[in-house]
Design a protein around this ligand. Sequence first.
Ligand code: GLY
Ligand code: MN
Ligand code: MN
Length: 368
Amino acid sequence: MERLAKIRQLMTEEKLDGLIVTTAANRRYLSGFTGSSGILVISQEHAVLLTDFRYLDQAAEEAKAYGFQVKKHQPAILETVAEEIKAQGTKARSKWGFESENLVEKDYRTLQAKLDRGILTPTEGLVNRLRRIKSVDELGSIRKAVEITDQAWARLQPELKPGRTEKEIAALFEYFQRELGAEGAAFPTIVASGPRSALPHGVPTDKKIAAGDLLVLDGGAVYNGYCSDFTRTVVVGAAPTADQQALYDLVLKAQQAALDGMRPGVTGKDVDALARKVIAEAGYGERFGHGLGHSLGLEIHEAPRLALTDETVLETGVVYTVEPGIYLADWGGIRIEDVVVVTETGIEDLTASPKTIILDSEDRHMVK
Ligand code: GLY
Ligand code: MN
Ligand code: MN
């Protein structure tokens, strides 16, 4: 009910008579409904979740506590949306917000044509404004997702051996996360080894890991609908070379500079600059070609970001990834990624996995 009251308040501020929610994560956030299909139709007096036959019982159960009434839609859902808007007593020329990042143009036209009273009005990031600051329960789910990923990484270490393929490593990691209670992977696991680790989002291949390869693993779990996001870089089957170690230390130093500077009041852009400065001063500025981090929650990438252009001020209760990287073509890449939550005085780093390029496993015996 609390979320419904808050979105209604935002609707008033935005001078909207109603709101149509089509984005899956926003639908779940506002109505509690975890199913894969449905649309919310919200006005000041009514809150309705339209879904199909498969989900009616589940939706009624889940959405009750959130103040939503569940109704079955016709095969053409937009037709039912239009009928529902009419049934909610819409006056002529009333403004109905839709999510412009989500509703495709074809559906927009179809819906507008079916509305005899409301005028569709684009909105952007309305529900996301509520989703930024995580509740205690949401934080609990994110903590658990992060913990599962940490434990899966620990379990994976003895498996990281020369001769195994990137695909095998990715599959094992996702399997361990599931075994530890994850509902699934937050996104397809990235495993890239040797020179391939220079691909920031390297899709795992049949490439066998060779002794001395850098290996970047970037993966996450979903728990209670909430995501974790995690990257570690290690050298497999050999001691790191001086170059590998030096570059690793540089990325770690950049990450630490950002973590040390995060607190309420600074902007996302300021934090990005803290890490970027360390990397740029060492001469690798051009090799760090992505933003420093992003918020996450029901979705793996949420606003706000820690990036060159993000002027959003950090607030207590917002969760971010902090993930600097350096990528050198034909040599390899290094990225380290933690999930943190902003506190009143700084941050709490939720990721507990050690940050070291040396594997915590029998491989260590190969390190002389
Ligand atoms: N795995 C995607 C990211 O780190 O943003
Ligand atoms: Mn990641
Ligand atoms: Mn990330």
